[in-house]
Ligand binder design. Structure first.
Ligand code: GAR
Length: 204
């Protein structure tokens, strides 16, 4: 199976997935076909190029509708014929226009235990709220904000002397592991969705 990655920023999760692919950790991923960013300045783009993965940039133009932007994204990625899109720090909400083309084939990594702290800066939201346990989530993407069925979650404890940055980095390290695990699960079909609950380890 071919997969594509969408990013907006530093691309450490992207890097982790590419590394998993290159080191043979995925049993069914034939190729990470491209990395697409909506931000030309995203540091992840250079990392993708260094890793030998085509890097695409599709910026949302001034005054452009979300659907028109997504149409250009769909056109840019069409030649790669990927069957899974992994949002690895992609900071846009995809509309039904895009998602109908990739139904059930888009996953996202989010730095909190959803449904707590959706949206931006989830690690800081959790830190400022004073939670004792937070973490990260990989979920299927639907048209809601970080609201699709949950595939995998991992908990991370906040320690008494943590700064927000300590906590963010500890969550990020778990994200890198969790995202590759999710890609392996999805691409091998070892999951089943039933009333929003995703059980793993079974053929779909
Ligand atoms: C990651 O923490 C990811 O979970 C988060 O952006 C960061 C990207 O880091 N995504 C979201 O908040 C999506 N709602 P990276 O570019 O180094 O992978």
């Amino acid at each position: 199976m071919k997969i594509g990655l969408f990013i907006s920023g530093s691309g450490t999760n992207m890097d982790a997935v590419i590394r998993s692919w290159r080191t043979g950790r995925f049993s069914r991923v034939e190729e990470v076909s491209f990395v697409l960013s909506d931000k030309p300045e995203a540091p992840g783009l250079a990392k993708a190029a260094r890793a030998g993965v085509p890097a695409l940039v599709v910026v949302r133009l001034k005054g452009e509708t979300r659907e028109a932007h997504e149409t250009r994204i769909l056109e840019a990625i069409a030649p790669y014929e990927v069957e899974l899109i992994v949002l690895a720090g992609f900071m846009r909400v995809l509309s039904p226009h895009f998602l109908s083309r990739f139904k059930g084939k888009v996953i996202n990594i989010h730095p909190s235990l959803l449904p707590a702290f959706p949206g931006i800066d989830a690690q800081h939201q959790a830190f400022d709220h004073g939670v004792k346990v937070t973490g990260c989530t990989v979920h299927f993407v639907d048209e809601s904000l970080d609201g699709g069925p949950i595939l995998l979650q991992r908990a991370v404890e906040r320690r008494d002397h943590d700064t927000a940055e300590d906590l963010r980095l500890r969550i990020l390290a778990e994200e890198h592991e969790l995202l590759s695990k999710a890609v392996e699960l999805i691409t091998t079909g070892r999951y089943r969705v039933n009333n929003r609950y995703v059980s793993c380890g079974e053929e779909s």
